[in-house]
Design a protein around this ligand. Structure first.
Ligand code: TRP
Length: 452
């Protein structure tokens, strides 16, 4: 394989590897688990419309800004901002990112653990002959138990740490680029099955027909949080990945391609889920367990459903892994570069800390079901803190930093690869990151938390 990025610092090596790694970060549980259940709770089509506008007007500009910062500075998120803006308070963005990384790792590994358990259940034919009600009960008693969810969560966190220790080229890139196309194919086949179930139309109407009476400031904030979470933006994961890109990477094309792939997978997940939800007579607002309750029904009604179920949960677990490594990498790159820790030591420290927070999160429906913070259990509190507070604020600071602190010439250099590429839509980009994104994020955020 062509070595675009020789030299000492570990980095990605091929063009496809770069897009695949960034897409691997973006595409994960956020698209397939979180997107359908949040759409379901927020009333469907109108949410989708707001979500898509946020991806286009705020998400892509923030993503591109992260790539610009990362590749310019070639450092971890905190170190990158510090090297561009020494002696200022801007590196606080990096510190917020570290906090967000732990919060997200904690609840992400809970759901990834559920996914691993569902790999096990599909191999052991655990869904066979169960009707919709029985599958709901199966999930309900699993999520509120302690042993298995914790076991699988730890397996997932250790797998993540293992890939992180293997390093960027051998680890992240290798795993990302082979498997994602398979996930796409499987999703398409699930969509076909779901769409041919009797009563499927109602699901499509729910997903695509906007009912604006469902929109309120909380729903708008939740759409912003979902857009940020799904694109992996707002906490420096893409600054960190950007720092591994070679000088020849076309940053704007990469941001477009990754966002497009991300949106496509989320919508396909929606088309696979909602027709099935309505065909089965279930409720779309089933919450965090939605896909785990609905999809086993669909698998049972497919030819080869046994194999499809296994393949689906295996691939979803891998998609979750390529995302969680991008979250853990933020902390590990920070610890190795700022504190001179060995990669291995930094990873083990991060793993232990994430596992500690993660345990409380996984027990949110069992041991700690009575713990409630402003009406939310531990899991929902962590998810809300990350998606609706830390990521929007992080995204806001990142566009302000790029738009108002960085010198225009520096941005141009990164976007054109030192004059090699043509500068396209530069004015639009600058206008978005200077005015549109900051104002929109601030208004949505303040409204959504009720301060405005
Ligand atoms: N985007 C991933 C998903 O959709 C999750 C993720 C990976 C993430 N890295 C992130 C979310 C950084 C926020 C920030 O599953």
């Amino acid at each position: 394989m062509e070595q675009i990025n020789p030299g000492k610092r570990d980095g990605f090596t091929s063009k496809f590897g770069i897009v695949a790694a960034a897409a691997g970060s973006a595409i994960g549980l956020g698209n397939i688990w979180r997107f359908p259940y949040v759409v379901g709770e927020s009333g469907g089509g109108a949410f989708l419309l707001v979500y898509l506008s946020f991806i286009l007007l705020l998400g892509i500009p923030v993503m591109l800004s992260e790539f610009i910062i990362g590749r310019k500075a070639k450092k971890n998120a905190y170190g990158a901002i510090k090297s561009i803006a020494p002696g200022t308070w801007w590196p606080v963005i990096g510190i917020m990112g570290i906090v967000a990384a732990f919060v997200i790792l904690a609840f992400y590994s809970t759901i990834a653990g559920w996914t691993l358990h569902y790999v096990y259940l599909s191999i052991s034919n655990g869904f066979k002959g169960q009707d919709a009600q029985a599958l709901e009960n199966l999930f309900g008693s699993f999520m509120s138990s302690a042993t298995m969810p914790l076991f699988w969560q730890m397996v997932f966190l250790i797998l993540t740490a293992g890939i992180i220790i293997a390093g960027v080229k051998k680890g992240i890139e290798k795993y990302s680029k082979i498997l994602m196309p398979f996930l796409l194919l499987l999703l398409i086949s699930l969509c076909i099955r779901a769409l041919t179930l009797p009563g499927a139309m109602d699901g499509l109407v729910f997903l695509f027909k906007p009912d604006f009476s469902m929109i309120n400031p909380q729903v708008i904030l939740s759409a912003l949080g979902q857009a940020a979470f799904s694109l992996s933006i707002g906490m420096g994961a893409l600054i960190t990945y950007g720092s591994y890109f070679p000088k020849s990477t076309n940053l704007s094309n990469t941001a477009f391609e990754v966002s497009l792939a991300d949106v496509l997978i989320a919508i396909l997940a929606g088309v696979a889920i909602f027709p099935a939800v309505f065909a089965l007579g279930m409720q779309p607002d089933g919450g965090v367990g939605l896909i785990f309750m609905v999809l086993p029904n669909v698998f049972q009604q497919m030819p080869g459903g046994y194999i499809v179920a296994i393949a689906f949960f295996v691939l979803l677990s891998i998609a979750a892994l390529t995302s969680s490594i991008s979250i853990m990498e933020v902390v590990v790159a920070f610890l190795t570069e700022e504190f001179n820790l060995k990669r291995k030591h930094a990873t083990v420290i991060t793993l232990i800390a994430a596992a500690f927070v993660g345990v409380f999160c996984t027990l949110s429906w069992g041991t700690f079901e009575h713990v409630s913070i402003a009406g939310r259990n531990i899991f929902d509190t962590l998810d809300f803190t990350a998606s609706s507070i830390l990521l929007p604020l992080g995204g806001l600071l990142i566009v302000l930093f790029t738009g108002w602190y960085m010198v225009k010439g520096e941005i141009e250099e990164e976007l054109t690869n030192q004059g090699v590429l043509k500068l396209k839509l530069f004015r639009v980009f600058m206008f978005l990151i200077r005015f549109v994104a900051p104002v929109a994020i601030a208004v949505v955020f303040l409204n959504g938390i009720g301060l405005f």
